[in-house]
Design a protein around this ligand. Structure first.
Ligand SMILES: Cc1cc2nc3c(=O)[nH]c(=O)nc-3n(C[C@H](O)[C@H](O)[C@H](O)COP(=O)(O)OP(=O)(O)OC[C@H]3O[C@@H](n4cnc5c(N)ncnc54)[C@H](O)[C@@H]3O)c2cc1C
Length: 425
């Protein structure tokens, strides 16, 4: 496992991790991408009729996961207390930025492509062990967490429902007591990794009165996907793709033992927010890396491509687009870095940077979308081709304005924090 104490040497330690991840990608992932190039490039060959990945690609992703775990990368963002690498947020954002800057969007076997938001390289709260599992029972820690850390099993994070997305107080999925167990019934929709997950972290209403008062009433259960009554009915196409890794889960009287609860009964949403906060900052860091990747490509292209007898770089309107992209990137970078620092300092300061996490998420995805849009424009028709991957970057950035809290919900959170007196910047 990667050694990850916060020291003065953190920067060189992080650089070592980044170099290690890159070496892993070059030796283990890129050869697989090359081997499956034809399948990866054609979604009609990539997905089965039911929307799931064809076996060879599914197996390739599983293999990368296991090898990444063996190499100490897969669970490096998970907390030390449960056996993860415990990387601080400042390191996490640096690693994600570096990976996406180097490899860009549209890389299914690295992460973020074809409507896929999960990465087989490094687990996060939507597919593996995370800070949410600090609240897990001893049973979960012993029986489930090791297989997550090893990349042998995965989870999905099942909060959203057909009638409840931004508004968690509208949840309808219910859990009722049955002896020592619980029986869960309801529907979860838009759940990333649901088609492949071995376990689902399911948020269900256990006290409708508390829920109605917005005071709790939601419990977080770890559900084994093999339990009778649990089914992933369909896989959802996302943003111009034939399919994605999002699915719908139907739960019908699914029996869950009482020790399969994360946190305490009726207080599950707090546990969920630990995951969602982690996800928001990771999305922001990934978008930063993708935006830098796009600018790097643009800077090469504008020097090569000529129109009206001069390089594109000579045209002032092209320069404006480059400058606007730099403004977006620099602002995103400072926001992401500072937010990560505040998060790392939170155990000492006692101040969770709620407002800043929302600022980072909203700003980074919107900036990445602007950057990808300009990159397409700068590259002309080539910018729209699948080969250059800007269109995929655009679709990813556009898609990311919805999950882990929409841009509107981030602004709602920011405004609420301001009005509560959180005006520190
Ligand atoms: C690719 C993808 C992956 C996802 N993965 C997961 C996952 O793994 N697990 C999971 O549980 N969910 C997941 N989701 C679901 C996602 O979290 C929800 O889609 C999101 O929270 C928004 O909910 P909604 O779609 O129901 O929109 P709604 O909540 O119905 O919102 C509709 C619109 O109204 C706006 N709006 C809502 N309330 C307000 C308000 N108070 N003020 C102003 N505007 C408002 C929203 O911003 C949005 O523009 C995923 C979604 C996508 C697209």
């Amino acid at each position: 496992m990667v050694n990850t104490t916060v020291t003065k040497d953190l920067e060189s330690e992080v650089n070592g991790i980044i170099a290690g991840v890159q070496a892993f990608i070059e030796s283990e992932v890129l050869p697989l991408e090359e081997r499956f190039r034809a399948t990866l490039a054609d979604e009609r060959r990539l997905f089965r009729d039911d929307g799931r990945l064809v076996d060879e690609i599914d197996e390739a992703r599983r293999m990368i996961r296991r090898k990444s775990a063996d190499a100490g990368f897969y669970a490096m963002f998970a907390p030390k207390e449960i056996g993860g690498g415990g990387l601080p947020s400042t390191a996490i954002v640096s690693v994600l930025e570096a990976v996406y800057r180097r490899y860009g969007p549209g890389r299914l076997l690295i992460g973020w492509a074809n409507g896929f938001l999960t990465s087989p390289l490094i687990s996060s709260f939507i597919d593996g062990a995370s800070y949410m599992f600090l609240n897990a029972s001893e049973g979960i820690r012993q029986q489930v967490v090791p297989s997550l850390l090893a990349g042998e099993k995965t989870i999905c994070f099942a909060l959203t429902e057909p009638d409840a997305g931004s508004d968690v107080w509208g949840l309808k999925c219910k859990a009722r007591r049955d002896g020592d167990d619980w029986l869960i019934s309801g529907t979860k929709q838009w759940i990333t990794n649901a088609p492949y997950a071995d376990y689902a972290v399911v948020f269900a209403v256990t006290d409708p009165d508390l829920l109605a008062k917005h005071k709790g009433g939601i419990t977080c259960f770890l559900v084994d996907a093999a339990t009778p009554g649990y089914a992933v009915d369909n896989v959802l196409p996302v943003m111009g793709h034939v399919s994605s890794d999002c699915g719908t889960i139907a739960l019908e009287d699914v029996r869950v033992p009482n020790d399969r609860i994360l946190g305490t009964v009726d207080e599950g949403f707090r546990v969920g927010m630990l995951g969602i906060s982690e996800g928001r900052l990771s999305i922001a860091a990934g978008c930063l890396g993708m935006a830098e990747w796009a600018l790097d490509r643009c800077l090469e292209y504008v020097k090569e491509r000529k129109t009206f007898g001069v390089a594109l770089s000579e045209h002032q309107m092209i320069q404006v687009m480059l400058a606007d992209t730099a403004i977006d990137i620099f602002t995103t970078k400072q926001t992401v870095r500072r937010t990560a620092e505040l998060l790392d300092e939170a155990p000492t300061t006692g101040r969770l940077p709620v407002k800043e996490i929302s600022i980072a998420k909203a700003y980074s995805v919107e900036a990445a979308q602007r950057v990808m849009d300009r990159a397409i424009q700068i590259h002309g028709a080539n910018g729209l081709s699948s080969e250059l991957q800007f269109q995929e970057g655009f679709r990813i950035a556009r898609t990311l304005r919805i999950p882990d809290g929409t841009s509107e919900i981030q602004r709602r959170t920011i405004a609420r924090q301001l009005l509560r007196g959180d005006v520190a910047f």
